[in-house]
Write a protein that binds this ligand. Structure first.
Ligand SMILES: NS(=O)(=O)c1ccc(B(O)O)cc1
Ligand SMILES: [Zn+2]
Length: 260
């Protein structure tokens, strides 16, 4: 077909000028030596029920694996959190090559991709849309991806991606265990107060960034890059790559660690 596939050299969208508050924006670089060990941080407790997994949706920024969050079947609690949060979706950010793509960095170390498991505070709010406006409304677990051996748990998801190649496409996707995407060690993490990294950029997120990355194969990551930012009707197709936000000022925030 006469369609062109362009790879973008810049993050996916221009930064809006004024951001609400702008005091706790994400993503950030995590300086290991400047983070503070907090012995009062509790173990994280993830209880994800694969039966709550519903579909994959290409929203034009990333692909979202969406969960039924109308009950307390898939939850996150513990760690820095005082309340119980419900899993509503997970998605990824990645680059056009394996040199960059993640949103957070650790001592400026770049990873090729980053997984975000998005949860909202169901003890205090009744809908995600409500919680997204509150400073204790959301909790997002970030997991770095590095290129190495094939990730068996990811393959079912990778095989479904061609069905959501274009923006606004949806495919049924059920019985997927999100905990299979977590690293073996989920007790070593950094946590800080931040924001969504795509519009509406609201400062509602308690970030929990895992220290241990997961390994995925080069070929698995290459399938992410076969997705498109653009819908099927558009003449010029744009590869969905570099869908990460530029890093934001720390503005005096402290990053705490659960480990020494
Ligand atoms: N990239 S992120 O995890 O900060 C995130 C999560 C959810 C939404 B959203 O539902 O608009 C936007 C960004
Ligand atoms: Zn994200």
């Amino acid at each position: 077909s006469s369609r062109y596939v362009l790879s973008q050299m810049h993050p996916m969208w221009q930064e809006p000028l004024a951001i609400p508050g702008g005091e706790r924006q994400s993503p950030i670089d995590i300086s290991v030596r400047k983070s503070m060990f907090d012995p009062q941080l509790k173990p994280l407790v993830m209880k994800y029920d694969p039966r709550t997994c519903q579909q994959i949706w290409n929203n034009g920024y990333s692909f979202l694996v969406e969960y039924d969050d109308t009950t307390d079947k898939s939850t996150l609690q513990g760690g820095p959190l005082e309340d119980q949060f419900r899993l509503c979706q997970f998605h990824f950010h990645w680059g056009e090559n394996n040199k960059w793509g993640a949103e957070h960095t650790v001592d400026h170390l770049l990873y090729p991709a980053e997984l975000h498991l998005v949860h909202w505070n169901a003890d205090r709010y009744s809908l995600f849309e409500e919680a997204v406006m509150e400073d204790n409304g959301l909790a997002v677990i970030g997991v770095f991806l590095k290129v190495g051996k094939r990730h068996e748990g990811l393959q079912k998801l990778v095989d479904a991606l061609p069905a959501v190649r274009h923006k606004d496409s949806v495919v049924e996707f059920t019985r997927f265990d999100a905990s299979g995407l977590l690293p073996e060690n989920t007790q070593d993490y950094w946590t800080y107060a931040g924001s969504l990294t795509t519009p509406p950029l609201t400062e509602a997120v308690t970030w929990i960034i895992m220290k241990q990355p997961i390994e995925v194969s080069h070929d698995q990551l290459a399938v992410f890059r076969s997705l498109l930012f653009t819908s099927a009707e558009e003449d010029v197709q744009k590869s969905m790559v570099n869908n990460f936000r530029v890093q934001q000022p720390l503005k005096g925030r402290t990053v705490r660690s659960s480990f020494v």
